[in-house]
Design a protein around this ligand. Sequence first.
Ligand code: FAD
Ligand code: FO1
Length: 451
Amino acid sequence: MSKTGDPARRARLATPGRDRPGPVVYWMSRDQRVADNWALLHACNLARSRQVPMQVVFTLDPAFPGATRRAWDFLLAGLAEVEADLRGRGLPFHLLLGHPPQTMAQFCKKYKIACLVTDFSPLRHKRAWMAEVAATTGLPVIEVDAHNIVPAWLASPKQEFAARTFRLKLNRILTDWLDEFPSLEPLPATGPLPPPVDWAAVAAAVAGARAVTPVEWLPAGQAAAADRLRRFVAGPLRTYALTRNDPCLDGTSNLSPYLHFGHLSPHRAAQAAGAARVPDESRLAFLEELVVRRELSDNYCLYNQNYDTPAGYPEWAKKTLALHAGDRREHLYDDDAFESARTHDELWNAAQRQMVRTGKMHGYLRMYWAKKILEWSPSVAEAHRIALTLNDRYELDGRDPNGYVGVAWSLGGVHDRPWGQRPVFGTIRFMSFGGCKGKFRVAEFIARWPA
Ligand code: FAD
Ligand code: FO1
């Protein structure tokens, strides 16, 4: 039985400020859950030790970059569950609509907040929000990494160039960080609870988002996430190593939307996989993705400001792609042709339709899908833009460090190495239709996603 973890170990002072007695706020953003949430646990500990109230706040930005009806539908359903769970524990939850730095600064003034805790995200929009709130309020901003098992800034002090080096660093300290979550104890009376959130008004505020149909097959929220983890560990995990790369099988966990919106703690998922009675080969293959690959994505976005453009690629990749920039493209497609799955390649079109219709393309095909966009676009910059735009518009798990790295790995060799020389790609790893046919039943997958 591992020891009970201390949330303070996962906290750091993101921006210094005048520390004074007074209420604490947990500014929830990435980790939208009550269960297994180190940031919430840390905010409660601070409030308890200071004998002051603690408020939970989610600042909803209706103009959030790239958010579609599909994403809002999932996010709001999860937050409604968070509100109900907190109210049941006598903890106040507020949903503020508007530009987050402004709405948060106004909240801090109104409730005389003295200490601001938020969950860690390496993405620039969240870091800009934090800087703006710190500047306008003068408050110290504490960030807690509730998303990674090893806090990103402790896992490595710099950008890692390969999974191998990062895996070595993580595996050396992982057992020390895979500790138990303390239970969420009640706080001394935190005063009257705010009126319940008017979720219909919130839904109306985001009604203008791009109408990408909500997802029916995956219920949102922390309870559904925990249930799906339980069923995955009891079932498909056993053969994960054998089935995870076959798009005709449902052999992966489908946890990524829950991890992206923070409805599930990856820490909890790793504990469950670690304790499962399954062959080590599958356990380790799953932990490699869930821990090493996922936390490597945060490392890339934290330390590389150009995480969403070709400027972030390693030098060898920039060179080889520049050398082949003028190569003739056998096929060329524009945004509309890609988006409406009108290319000459029926496998690529089927993968695109799977993503548009379900909000989740199979992981193996995401690599093929992105690499073909590179092959059929006039430049790598155009390809990168189109791949990210479509990924973040249709993937339920989009707008995430894993997506930025997934595209940068596919097009720009991030965390990969040079391979054999080819037109357009140079030494960037290539994937072919024929190669896919050797891996899985391509015709069956195409038949599953007809035009
Ligand atoms: P499982 O195989 O069950 O893996 C479990 C968890 O491990 C996933 O939920 C995810 O958190 C993590 N994981 C798995 N594969 C990877 C990987 N290659 N890199 C980092 N973490 C991984 N993932 C996203 O979460 N959002 C995205 O927008 C996204 N876009 C991608 C775009 C491209 C071009 C590529 C090549 C990959 C992308 N990925 C993205 C990574 C990966 O494809 C998905 O995380 C995975 O398919 C999610 O399905 P799952 O939860 O069933 O995966
Ligand atoms: N986080 C917020 O704090 N406020 C939002 O309005 C918000 C909207 C949003 C829409 C889609 C989506 O995929 C994520 C969203 N998030 C929002 C979550 C937040 O962006 C996460 O911290 C990052 O996406 C991951 O780092």
